[in-house]
Design a protein. Structure first.
Length: 305
């Protein structure tokens, strides 16, 4: 346990050292291009640290917010926003940041829908385009406006909404949460797990991805466990035993721990990968730090937090 604690500290120290002067993090160590996903994940990992990295990251996120309330995938990128807006709102929420900026962000998130929700696209997917198998009435969030729903941005958005409304949410929020949950269940790869988008294409079931499955399960943690989530958790636990990728292993630990599954062996394997300098991806470094917190019952994705 002491070794895991020490590795976790090393990960967070390395993460802090990679922060760019303006406050964000790049995807790749050595890059000067700040990106939203590694920045939000790093902020979540450092949320309880008293050092300047946390405050600088919060200020950076608030500075790069688009006028319409969304967040771009990269600093100075598309003013129309990205599907990572939910992750940004989640990170700010976990740091106790509320106000006009987050209110505008949530309004943008509630207005953004997968393009399949438009009546013309619903007609298209129900009649002429049957190469993909999904119900267009069950929509979530896209990576970019005016595109169809994808699993990860939908999961990030659901995590943001459920974390921010502990009391019964307004009808508009409850509607979007319900549609997003339905969308995730509709896109599952038979019989378990999630791919990036559709579960079946041209009549063929697609193979699930370990990281996407973990993120989707975290988004469904507030829902009653059913046969689909139970089967996906079983699959995730089995696949994680043979995964050597820190990114996938860390996400699997976070999801399995959030559902009360045992992760001691997985945590030991992750902690044994001590040479953080060999992990060039800052997002991976941040998720690994978050996963190691599970050893001390500090999983940020637990519903009870």
């Amino acid at each position: 346990m002491h070794a895991t604690l020490e590795v976790g500290r090393e990960l967070k120290q390395d993460l802090s050292s990679r922060q760019l002067p303006r406050g964000g993090w790049p995807y790749t160590q050595g890059s000067a291009q700040a990106a939203l996903e590694p920045t939000c994940l790093a902020l979540l990992a450092l949320r309880s640290d008293p050092g300047p990295a946390r405050d600088l990251a919060i200020r950076f996120l608030l500075d790069i917010q688009n006028p319409n309330g969304s967040w771009p995938a990269f600093a100075g990128d598309n003013l129309e926003g990205s599907g990572l807006t939910g992750l940004s709102l989640l990170a700010l929420n976990r740091c106790g940041i509320k106000g006009e900026a987050t209110d505008q962000g949530f309004q943008w998130l509630l207005n953004l829908r997968g393009w399949e929700s438009h009546w013309l696209w619903r007609w298209k997917f129900k009649t002429s385009d049957r190469h993909v198998r999904f119900d267009p009435d069950k929509f979530g969030w896209p990576w970019m406006p005016e595109t169809v729903s994808w699993v990860v941005p939908t999961a990030y958005s659901l995590l943001a909404l459920t974390a921010s409304f502990k009391t019964p949410p307004p009808d508009s929020v409850r509607f979007r949460i319900r549609r997003g949950v339905e969308m995730l269940y509709d896109r599952i790869c038979p019989p378990e797990g999630w791919n990036a988008g559709n579960g079946v294409v041209y009549g063929q079931p697609l193979a699930p991805h370990l990281d996407t499955t973990a993120i989707a399960l975290l988004a469904l943690r507030s829902e009653p466990t059913n046969e689909l989530t139970a089967a996906s958790l079983d699959w995730l636990g089995q696949r994680a035993q043979t995964s050597c990728a820190p990114w996938s292993l860390a996400w699997a630990i976070l999801a399995l721990d959030a559902y009360g599954r045992r992760t001691n062996q997985l945590l030991t394997r992750l902690a044994d990968a001590r040479d953080t300098h060999r992990i060039k991806d800052c997002a991976t470094l941040a998720v690994a730090a978050l996963a190691l917190d599970c050893a001390f019952e500090r999983n940020i994705f637990r519903v009870t937090e």
